[in-house]
Design a protein around this ligand. Structure first.
Ligand SMILES: CC(C)(COP(=O)(O)OP(=O)(O)OC[C@H]1O[C@@H](n2cnc3c(N)ncnc32)[C@H](O)[C@@H]1OP(=O)(O)O)[C@@H](O)C(=O)NCCC(=O)NCCS
Length: 396
């Protein structure tokens, strides 16, 4: 772990206060909100900062969790709260902070880092690239009138928490790119800042089959104050639970106009609707950075019944351990990576991120000038990395 005088967690109260101030200014937050968020993250040892002449110049928040890729949970370091003090901006502070941070996380053993970018050039220059999407799904509440009430739906109780977590996990494991949430994300789902999320669960013979967290707000147009329903989470692990939850949401339709949640463009619940009474819109692309190339390739799941070998040649100017030739061998749903080989598919570690998650095909990456390979290697890579479009629900 690299903790020099320039980089590390806050050392004292003065530095925590500086992070509170940087965060409030970076994200236009009220001082009290920034104070409570930063102190919570400090208590969980999630803060890192960069010092310049003894002063705090930049900060970020790291979030340890998992991401389901090919059906397996891969450990990732999410990044949020990236902020540079206004007087230090434009002088490379964020870039330096990330150089330290990426080395520390790699040394700690994390294979991947993921973030939602407010600006892409900063993250691209340290090796992140677009690797998946988060969509906004907006449904007309009046169209949710499916006649299904066979399963029991009731308000969630605190004692349901473990079953709800397990239900989400069962569902998310089948959704390529979705988070294997930790406490940080669950807290945002259950107790969103300035809102109340009401939880409801659906039970069948085998226990909890689905749940929803609902946030109601007033939509400010029209003579009758209509409502917007935001679903902080919506999970159905059986068709009956899916129909019951849609019916439950539809039962709000006298006053609710739009129902909004987030996920992939391939949202399965939309297949239950009679008509196309919905809109699916890109909210944002997320970016991924491979911290440890062999480890990342071996940690994800791969299609069963597929085997092949790919000779990679990777460039990485920030983490030189990733630099060089590797052979990726896939068989029986798992991968092995060994150093060496012929390096027939050449790319920067940045371009490996969208290939790794299946966000872009190797031929699309070649067209974008991000990859160079012979036809046979392109065909092998296309087959190995093919899969559902990577998406995720939770913003962080
Ligand atoms: C975005 C931010 C973190 C950049 O910090 P910084 O120390 O100035 O960044 P660097 O000097 O290391 O610049 C790295 C690259 O980021 C990009 N960048 C820097 N400031 C930027 C800004 N304000 N807006 C958009 N892109 C910016 C540039 O491409 C820059 O490279 P270049 O100078 O070669 O063009 C800082 O401006 C900030 O705190 N902004 C408010 C909060 C925020 O947006 N956080 C990001 C949340 S994901």
């Amino acid at each position: 772990m690299e903790l020099t005088g320039e980089y590390g967690p806050p050392r004292d109260e003065q530095e925590v206060t500086a992070v509170v101030d940087i965060t409030a200014q970076a994200f236009a937050m009220a001082a009290a909100d920034s104070d409570s968020v930063v102190r919570k993250n400090h208590a969980s040892q999630l803060l890192r900062l960069l010092r310049h002449d003894g002063q705090v110049a930049a900060t970020l928040t790291l979030i340890r969790m998992g991401q389901f890729l090919g059906g397996r949970s891969v450990p990732i370091i999410g990044v949020g709260g990236v902020g540079v003090a206004p007087e230090h901006r434009g002088a490379g502070a964020a870039t330096r902070l990330f150089h330290h941070f990426l080395r520390e996380m790699r040394d700690e053993g994390a294979p991947l880092s993921v973030l939602f970018p407010a600006t892409q050039p900063l993250y691209r220059r340290v090796g992140y690239e677009q690797a998946g999407a988060r969509y906004e799904i907006r449904v007309d509440a009046s169209s949710l009138e499916l006649g299904e009430r066979s399963l029991t739906l009731r308000p969630m109780r605190p004692s349901d928490e473990a079953a709800v977590d397990a239900c989400y996990r069962r569902f998310a494991a089948q959704r390529h790119g979705w988070l294997d949430r930790g406490d940080y994300i669950w807290r945002r789902v259950r107790t969103p800042r300035h809102d109340t999320a009401h939880g409801f669960v659906v039970e069948g013979d085998s226990g909890l089959e689905g749940f929803v967290y609902l946030i109601r707000s007033l939509a400010p147009q029209g003579a009758v104050p209509k409502q917007l329903l935001k679903l902080n989470d919506l999970v159905a692990t059986t068709p009956a639970a899916a129909r019951r939850l849609l019916r439950f949401i539809g039962d709000h339709r006298s006053l609710a106009q739009d129902v909004v949640w987030y996920g992939g463009a391939d949202e399965p619940l939309l297949a239950l609707l009679r008509e196309q009474t919905y809109q699916v819109k890109l909210s944002m692309h997320w970016m991924t950075r491979l911290l440890d190339v062999p480890k990342a390739l071996e940690a994800r799941g791969w299609p069963q019944g597929l085997s092949g070998a790919l000779h990679l040649d990777v460039a990485d100017d920030v983490l030189p351990q990733n630099q060089g030739r590797f052979v990726l061998e896939v068989e029986g749903g798992a991968a092995r990576v060994r150093p060496g080989g012929e390096g027939r598919l050449r790319l920067h570690v940045r371009a490996l991120a969208p290939l790794f998650t299946g966000f872009l095909t190797p031929r699309a990456l070649q067209l974008a000038g991000m990859l160079d390979a012979d036809d046979a290697s392109l065909d092998v890579a296309a087959a190995l990395f093919a899969g559902p479009a990577p998406s995720l629900r939770d913003m962080f």
